[in-house]
Design a protein around this ligand. Structure first.
Ligand code: ADP
Ligand code: SF4
Length: 690
């Protein structure tokens, strides 16, 4: 197939200074928890993006000097020539497919504590270090420090050239780099020529751009990555005021503008808080003030939205991090005339969370992300079947759907049985809750792919018993029967059942999703899960007219969502909806319409009135598995060679874990898996002392 001519504009080459990008797909720098620590994995992942058609593929942030050491985070690093090797490896992997390789040079200044290098952090003014409440301060840079800093940046640009990069990104964004700290009135209290007026505060960034152009601009394109609005009103940059004025002052200096909003939690907003293309209103002015190519991000997954953004003169290139993670082959699919095959990002930020946790990136939609090298998994290719086996997959949540889809792709005969009248399991159910509509993409992508597969049959309204599984006559049985939220209050804070909490006295998220509701009046949501569902329950119930209080044993509401960059947004939304948030409160007991909670700060008991919705933990739905096991030799006699549990039925977790488990099941079928052997390649460092 060939592409729809409507999308031709996305495939027009574009000149960026002395280099030319083959198309308009720009994989912006994005962190991935691999970087310098898992370099082979990082290189293979970037190479896969280029293979998938991204015309520009960039590194994540690359620290360029030991006075800004982002340990414990695992980004790329270029402190001296010893770091060139693996970065050159990435360039080669990208060039192999005709794409341009870009490096984002970053010095985090007072954002980081230099835990490894032990250098005193630096910045425009004396300031406490921001990361992880590190109890140390950055010192104000004097004139010599500024001269040194400029030299380090220039040296890094020259090293980037040596490594083979085509593009160098001079980074001013996310309130996390020295030039952004200099520009910020909040961070810069200097009274010299680098402080006070906008022109002065912008001076360092201007110098960096000029010096980078001078050092490498003859052969490399120089991109200004610049946040035009900090979304904090007049305390920060606003695009209508200083954001615009600053950009106008240096509009023609770089070869390209990559503009966005700051900080990271605003730039990478989840689908719960921002729709596709949400940065357009902030950056629309940029093309009016510069003749250089412009790009922005905004979780673009629809080629029509991309074309519109270009045709309306908002941008020239489509920047993307998450859409390129969820589908490294997004550009190829548009080019080959099959945009319906795009695996659309759901905007959940699990990818971000894994970077924040300093572990190789995970993606809810793309289970092969970060497995390209260590497991040899390709996002679009999977080995053909090696037997004529028929596989029965029970349960069509994300785990069952992914298993059935990939088994079908391998060519196996697959039957997918689902108890409910609709496929999708938890993603269908949760997608009807406030803000979670995009969860349905997990289901829709897989159903779409399976639609054409004659070897995959799906049966709804088919709750299977052990006897029916035996009668079915499959060679392999894959149980993806999910998990159920518990009523008894057991979870992280309570290791024993909470007196008074049971099926008759409280509701769980499953009950709510089944349509049950508390009686009219106040509701207490007890959130000991700390991810998104507690807050979502509160939002739903307040929208239905209840007076809602959310209590959590943690020190902040939805505490784990700080890793998905959502915690601040969630807290704000709950407060705006009029929901009362009580932290450091654990559920002690329920009697009648009273909930007695312990305030763990005061050690006092408090009494709250209302019906309780409890979000604590889930138990696997493994009844069918246990029934099959109880049949002893029965399954074997029925010709069943294996029975396996996957997804929440084995270990309740995030949706990303379920799609991964489903994928893994399909890959491993008919292979010899030795559970005593590490199931992936590991990175080994060259040792000097051993
Ligand atoms: P996961 O996240 O692991 O994919 P889900 O809870 O999303 O799990 O999906 C599990 C699905 O399995 C649900 O749609 C549920 O209706 C279905 N299911 C559970 N038990 C059976 C059964 N015995 N037969 C058929 N389907 C089942
Ligand atoms: Fe998108 Fe979620 Fe995948 Fe990140 S983890 S790329 S947000 S689907």
């Amino acid at each position: 197939m060939t592409r729809d001519p409507r999308y031709d504009i996305l495939f027009e080459p574009i000149k960026i200074g002395p280099v030319t990008a083959p198309n308009r797909f720009y994989q912006v720098p994005h962190c991935n928890g691999m970087g310098r620590v898992f370099p082979d994995s990082m290189i293979a992942m970037r190479g896969m993006k280029a293979a998938g058609g991204w015309g520009i593929v960039c590194t994540e942030q690359c620290d360029f000097h030991h006075t800004a050491d982002i340990t414990p985070y695992t980004e790329t690093r270029m402190w001296d020539d010893a770091d060139i090797g693996y970065l050159a490896g990435m360039c080669n992997a990208v060039h192999e497919h005709g794409s341009l390789a870009g490096v984002e040079l970053v010095h985090n200044g007072h954002t980081v504590g230099n835990l490894y290098s032990r250098e005193i952090p630096i910045g425009p003014s004396h300031r406490p270090v921001e990361a992880n409440h590190y109890p140390g301060q950055a010192r104000a840079m004097d004139k010599q420090d500024i001269r040194d800093y400029r030299r380090w940046h220039r040296d890094a640009a020259l090293r980037s050239k040596k490594a083979g990069f085509d593009l160098v990104i001079v980074y001013h964004g996310h309130d996390g780099t020295v030039p952004s700290h200099f520009l910020s009135k909040r961070q810069n209290q200097r009274t010299d020529e680098y402080g006070e007026s906008l022109e002065n505060r912008l001076r360092l960034y201007r110098e960096l751009l000029e010096e980078t152009k001078d050092a490498v601009g003859d052969t490399m394109g120089v991109i200004a990555r610049f946040a035009v609005d900090e979304m904090m009103g007049s305390d920060g940059l606003e695009w209508e005021n200083e954001g615009r004025e600053a950009l106008e002052m240096i509009a023609e200096l770089p070869d390209m503008w990559d503009v966005n909003v700051s900080d990271w939690s605003n730039d990478s907003m989840t689908s719960r808080f921002a729709p596709e293309g949400y940065q357009e209103d902030y950056v629309r002015f940029v093309k009016q003030v510069t003749s250089k190519p412009v790009s922005t991000v905004g979780r673009y997954t629809s080629p029509d939205a991309m074309v519109t953004a270009i045709k309306q003169g908002v941008v020239d290139l489509i920047g993307a991090a998450r859409p390129s993670i969820a589908d490294p082959f997004l550009p190829r699919k548009i080019e080959e005339g099959r945009p319906e095959d795009i695996r659309e990002c759901i905007g959940c930020n699990i990818c971000v969370a894994w970077d924040m946790l300093s572990a190789p990136i995970r993606c809810t939609q793309n289970p092969t992300m970060s497995e390209e090298w260590r497991k040899g998994w390709h996002p679009e290719q999977i080995a053909q079947k090696t037997s004529e086996s028929h596989i029965l997959v029970v349960g069509s949540g994300p785990a069952g759907l992914e298993a059935a889809h990939q088994l079908g792709k391998r060519g196996y005969q697959v039957t997918l049985a689902e108890a409910r009248g609709e496929p999708g399991g938890r993603v269908s159910r949760e997608s009807r809750l406030p803000g979670l509509a995009a969860w349905a993409r997990v289901r829709d992508y897989r159903l779409g792919q399976m639609r054409e597969m004659v070897n995959v049959e799906t049966y709804l309204d088919s709750e299977l018993t052990a006897e029916q599984v035996l009668e079915f006559g499959a060679d392999h049985v894959c149980l993806a029967t999910g998990a159920t939220w518990q009523h008894d209050g057991v979870g992280r804070a309570n290791r024993y059942p909470v007196p008074g909490m049971d099926r008759n006295t409280i509701l769980t998220p499953d009950d709510i999703m089944d349509g049950k509701r508390p009686a009219k009046g106040p509701v207490i949501v007890f959130d000991d899960d700390h991810y998104y569902l507690g807050g979502v329950m509160a939002e739903l119930l307040v929208s239905e007219g209840h007076d809602v209080t959310i209590i959590t044993p943690e020190t902040m509401v939805a505490a784990w969502t700080r890793y998905t960059l959502e915690q601040g947004h969630i807290e704000k939304r709950l407060k705006q909806a009029g929901i009362t948030i009580l932290t450091r409160r654990n559920m002690l007991r329920i009697s009648g319409s009273e909930a007695v909670v312990l305030n763990t700060l005061t050690d006092q008991e408090e009494t709250l009135q209302g019906a309780v919705v409890s979000v604590t933990m889930r138990l696997p739905n493994d009844g069918l598995y246990n029934d099959l096991m109880a049949l002893g030799e029965g399954p074997l006699k029925a010709g069943i060679k294996s029975i396996k549990r996957i997804g929440d039925c084995l270990g309740p977790a995030m949706i990303a874990s379920a799609t991964y488990e489903g994928h893994r099941y399909a890959r491993e079928l008919d292979t010899n898996v030795d559970i005593d052997v590490v199931p992936f390649k590991r990175e080994h460092h060259k040792l000097e002392l051993a």
